[in-house]
Design a protein. Structure first.
Length: 93
């Protein structure tokens, strides 16, 4: 935001602002364009990636049922060939 303010408010050249703030002139140009198009909101960091929970295969009920099996039993009780469950910190919740 400071680099954009230097260009917009203080009339610093984009090249000078890029050198001063240690970013590429292309980044300054994009930021200034975003600022002109969308204001300060255009410069805010946007969430990236898929939303939490999207792409899940199991329903919340199925996940809870599996969690209960893992927490409340051993692999041998489930007729599995290994002696302990893999270490998963999320099981402690």
């Amino acid at each position: 935001m400071l680099a954009v303010r230097a260009v917009v408010d203080l009339e610093m050249s984009q090249v000078d602002a890029a050198k001063y703030y240690g970013v590429s002139p292309n980044a300054i140009s994009q930021w200034v364009s975003l600022y002109h198009d969308q204001g300060e909101d255009g410069l805010r960091v946007q969430p990236q990636g898929r939303p939490m929970g999207s792409g899940r295969v199991l329903s919340p009920e199925q996940e809870e049922a599996i969690r209960c099996v893992v927490v409340d039993s051993t692999p041998s009780e489930q007729n599995l060939p290994w002696g302990t469950w893999p270490d998963k910190p999320w099981l402690n919740s």
